[in-house]
Design a protein around this ligand. Structure first.
Ligand SMILES: *Cc1c(COP(=O)(O)O)cnc(C)c1O
Length: 376
């Protein structure tokens, strides 16, 4: 937690549950990524946290943006971003949304299928398009499965077709999965992309851009490699495969820019046991899976938790949210331990919760309002 967030929590004592996010930390993270990958253009993946103060700060820093919907495109424009700095990166778009983004000046679009390419040719004529390919997601704590991307062989044919349709056959993209802790995942994906560049060049299609997607990890309960290690691995692989003919490099960080800038404060609603001798206490918070902690699904993302009793004796706990749905249990198998002194009414903090929380909150399931947000 940054000192600014700690001071805000102490002074304001905001109603819980709430997210408090230090926008200065977002700027620091942007600069850290820039120095790890000085040749890359940074397209912030807006879905990680689309709050206006974040988009405005990043606009001021000269960031580019990866938008997944027309509304996200509009939010970037409202924050002052130039349309030329926005990529419409979702491979699944309604054709009328493509047309609206194109009318607003957006010229960079992703696709991974022929039907989507046809939509782009009709509704974004001449735009720069890039094809997303399937790559391994091993090492990702929040993998993306096969929902996005196509086989390399299909991508090859589609890029040839893109050119024939009058589009600008701009490049290729991949995503190695979110909270990716292995640098090798990027190296393997870059090797695959480089082969396709060569194949396509032989077919008369000269690509100019590689989009490395997101995935750069942040520290939750366990340590992760420094961003510098990802920068080194990525540039090493790019140089190995492309030599002096380096294409334009695009990265789309979401989590890395905003997660550790934010803290969710929550009130303990109840501490109980299921039997008199049961060593495990159940700790029910006023935020849960439906309050925005969607990434606790499968206990995939393990948030670190701070309490006012830290440093005193701890015992095992199961941690759950306040709603009447039993899937609203956050951690049962991940060996969480919390102080024995923890009581109802205590405030606790879920650390590094600035990404993928606010927009996942449900609308008043069980009457619970979405969490409050404070950008400072
Ligand atoms: C979600 C997403 C990102 C951001 O991923 P992070 O793991 O948060 O960095 C980047 N690109 C695309 C296409 C995405 O869908």
């Amino acid at each position: 937690m940054t000192p600014k967030v700690a001071r805000f929590l102490a002074k304001v004592q905001p109603a819980t549950p709430c997210l408090v996010l230090d926008v200065d930390r977002v700027e620091e993270n942007f600069r850290r990524l820039k120095s790890a990958l000085p040749l890359a253009r940074i397209y912030y993946a807006v879905k990680a946290n689309p709050a206006a103060p974040i988009l405005e700060r990043l606009t001021g820093l000269g960031s580019f943006f990866d938008a997944a919907s027309l509304r996200e495109v509009e939010m970037c424009l409202e924050s002052g971003a130039q349309p030329a700095r926005i990529s419409y990166g979702n491979t699944i778009k309604k054709e009328r949304d493509i047309a609206a983004a194109f009318a607003a000046g957006v010229r960079m679009f992703a696709f991974d299928s022929e039907a989507e390419l046809q939509k782009l040719a009709r509704s974004a004529p001449g735009a720069s398009v890039y094809c997303r390919i399937l790559v391994g997601n091993d090492g990702a704590e929040w993998p993306l499965s096969r929902k996005f991307g196509c086989e390399a062989e299909m991508a090859r044919g589609l890029m040839v077709q893109a050119k024939a349709l009058g589009l600008d056959a701009f490049g290729l993209s991949f995503h190695v999965g979110s909270q990716q802790v292995k640098t090798a995942a990027y190296e393997a994906a870059i090797a695959k992309v480089a082969m396709l560049f060569t194949d396509l060049s032989e077919a008369g299609v000269k690509l100019r851009m590689v989009n490395l997607g997101g995935g750069y990890p942040v520290r939750y309960k366990s340590e992760v490699p420094e961003i510098g290690a990802f920068g080194d691995a990525i540039m090493g692989a790019m140089t190995k495969h492309f030599g002096n003919a380096l294409p334009e490099i695009v990265v789309e960080p979401g989590r890395f820019l905003v997660a550790d800038a934010g803290v969710v404060q929550s009130e303990v609603v109840l501490v109980s046991r299921k039997g008199a001798d049961d060593p495990v206490r159940w700790v029910y918070l006023d935020i849960g899976r439906f309050g925005g902690l969607a990434e606790t699904e499968g206990e995939a993302i393990k948030y670190a938790i701070a309490t006012a009793h830290d440093g005193t004796q701890e015992g095992p706990v199961t941690i759950a949210g306040p709603t009447c749905d039993s899937t609203d249990t956050l951690y049962e198998k991940s060996n969480y331990r919390l102080p024995l002194a923890l009581r109802d009414g205590d405030r606790i903090e879920l650390l590094a919760t600035g990404a993928y929380v606010t927009t996942y909150a449900s609308q008043k399931f069980n009457g619970f309002s979405p969490l409050d947000e404070h950008y400072i």
